[in-house]
Design a protein around this ligand. Structure first.
Ligand code: NAI
Length: 514
């Protein structure tokens, strides 16, 4: 009997390791022949640790399960899919999962992330083999035709960026996988790296063939030790199997790939600060131009893409651009791995085509707030994303629709708040966050964030509220237009959206202080 226990951080954090040990111990005691397999997380976080037993009727899920439940589970015959209060039924039939359309994350939670044969058996490396049948121009044409846009948040068309790197003159070209997933509420990059690392490796290899790069780096945040361990092992396996190195899959082409760890700075998720850090320097933003695509790492043409963008590439090559392009809405094509977190009953990963509404995500999937109180706002796109009030929950996820509302989709994270949230304090937090994380290079971000906190403190204390709010709006405009990168440039989004949609919180705070 095969039993899956996730080794993803989200499961480990709630007892998966002790659970795995308990299952093995119990099986040994009972003389049961059991194979313990370790998968990634399915991304149904409220059910972690989620155990799956392979039966004749498919994979049967139990969750959440703790180590102390194990003897009882064996008594209940869970190895044959027996009844137990934690039994959830066939994993694929859990509505949260069943209703999703997982392309980028298709294998996450399904396979053993370190088993290359498992990867191959589930369509792995089909994209690379397809790519090897085509010229670099044809690969890029497929990426362009798929409509894939940068999933790091800026949604820049991937095909155009790849083409820029391909056409840029340079002796050496680099690929950088941006795995510095620093946004609060964001976890899709991590789920992929821990649950399907070969997808990222394959995507980067295809990108390397397309743009003519021979060296790649995965720039990983140091806060992801489990992702790091998984990636290192997967890379070693890919080298051994000949998918990396001097002769990629027998093509005669070279591609080397390694992991570099960040050191805990949020701003190093910004591509130019990331490149500085990769070069061994302090993570400070560079001014653009030149674009990294033309002069990036060590001054050479460099393709910087987010993990989600790169991990989507194998699907597009394997299934064809049309299969991807036909999904979505407007100029937002394909699917988005949405990350639902915060005050929500069922947090997790929801991959769906663009066009799904916030309401469907928050209620049909999320089940409303965890506290049972009405949801009042969500922050979409990380700590620098705008707050969206409940009145706008019918907005479809679409880059352009969000932009028209003064909001962003960013990397696809949604953090929910119930009606006890104090939006004035959330606005202050955004400014304090920026003050803490600013790299210090440009004045609007470095000084604007600190002055912004002071102005907010005046508002919260009820000092000259009207004048200070006007000053805050003015400051926000200066930061938005004058900052070198998105850190300073987007800090006004949460602040100004809170002010626009929840003005009563600002005046209430002032009134309380008087
Ligand atoms: P950007 O719009 O300046 O650039 C987007 C990408 O396209 C960059 O890689 C840039 O080099 C490239 N590019 C632009 N013009 C190009 C051209 N003509 N040819 C080739 N490549 C070109 O945006 P930026 O500053 O890179 O990112 C801002 C976004 O980052 C925000 O929208 C935000 O949503 C997101 N963000 C993501 C976070 C995360 O943790 N994933 C955290 C904070 C912000």
């Amino acid at each position: 009997v095969t039993v899956y226990v996730p080794r993803d951080s989200s499961a480990l954090a709630v007892g998966a390791e002790a659970l795995a040990e308990a299952i093995q111990r119990e099986a040994a005691q009972r003389g049961v022949d059991l194979r313990l397999a370790r998968n990634g997380s399915r991304g149904l976080f409220w059910l972690e640790p989620l155990v799956e037993v392979v039966t004749l009727a498919g994979r049967i899920a139990y969750g959440p399960v703790q180590a102390q439940d194990v003897p009882e589970l064996f008594d209940a015959g869970f190895l044959a899919g027996g009844a137990h209060p934690t039994r959830l039924g066939p994993i694929e039939q859990i509505p949260y999962l069943q209703r999703q359309q997982r392309l980028t994350c298709a294998r996450v939670g399904l396979i053993d992330p370190l088993d290359l044969d498992d990867y191959l058996a589930h369509g792995g490396y089909r994209g690379l083999h397809r790519a090897l049948e085509h010229t670099p121009e044809e690969i890029i044409a497929a990426i362009t035709a798929s409509g894939l846009r940068g999933r790091g948040g800026a949604a820049f068309p991937a095909g155009i960026k790849w083409n820029t790197v391909r056409e840029a003159p340079g002796d050496v070209k680099y690929i950088v996988g941006n795995a510095d997933e620093g946004d609060s509420g964001s976890f899709a990059d991590r789920l992929i790296m821990e649950g399907d690392p070969f997808a990222l490796i394959e995507g980067m290899t295809i990108a390397a063939l397309a743009v003519g790069a021979t060296q790649g780096y995965i720039y990983l945040r140091v806060e992801y030790p489990h992702a790091h361990a998984t990636l290192e092992r997967a890379l070693a396996t890919a080298y051994r199997a000949g998918y990396l190195g001097a002769d990629v899959a027998g093509s005669g082409k070279r591609f080397d790939l390694e992991v570099r760890l960040g050191a805990g700075a949020y701003v190093c998720g910004e591509e130019t600060a990331l490149l500085e850090s990769l070069e061994g320097k302090r993570g400070i933003v560079r001014s653009k131009p030149p674009l990294p695509a033309l002069r990036g790492l060590f001054g050479q043409p460099t393709l910087v893409n987010n993990v989600l963008t790169l991990a989507t590439v194998p699907y597009i090559l394997a299934e064809g651009a049309e299969a991807y392009q036909q999904l979505g809405t407007g100029r937002s094509r394909g699917t988005l791995p949405i990350q639902l977190a915060g005050n929500i009953a069922r947090p997790g990963l929801i991959e769906q085509p663009f066009g799904i509404s916030l309401r469907e995500i928050l209620y049909d999937y999320g089940g409303g707030s965890a506290t049972g109180r009405p949801l009042r706002a969500v922050q979409v796109g990380g700590p620098l994303g705008a707050y969206v009030p409940a009145a706008h929950f019918d907005l479809p996820l679409d880059y352009e629709v969000f932009a028209a509302q003064g909001a962003v989709l960013g990397h696809g994270s949604i953090v929910a708040f119930d009606d006890t949230v104090d939006m004035a304090r959330m606005a202050r937090h955004a400014l304090a966050f920026c003050a803490a994380e600013s790299c210090g290079k440009c004045t609007p971000c470095r000084l604007g964030s600190t002055r912004g906190v002071e102005v907010m403190d005046d508002v919260l204390a009820g000092r000259q509220v009207e004048a200070k709010l006007a000053l805050l709006r003015d400051l926000g405009e200066t930061m938005r237009l004058g900052s070198l990168c998105a850190l300073g440039g987007m800090t006004p989004y949460p602040v100004l959206s809170a002010l626009e949609h929840f003005p009563e919180d600002f005046t209430a705070a002032a009134a309380r202080s008087r």
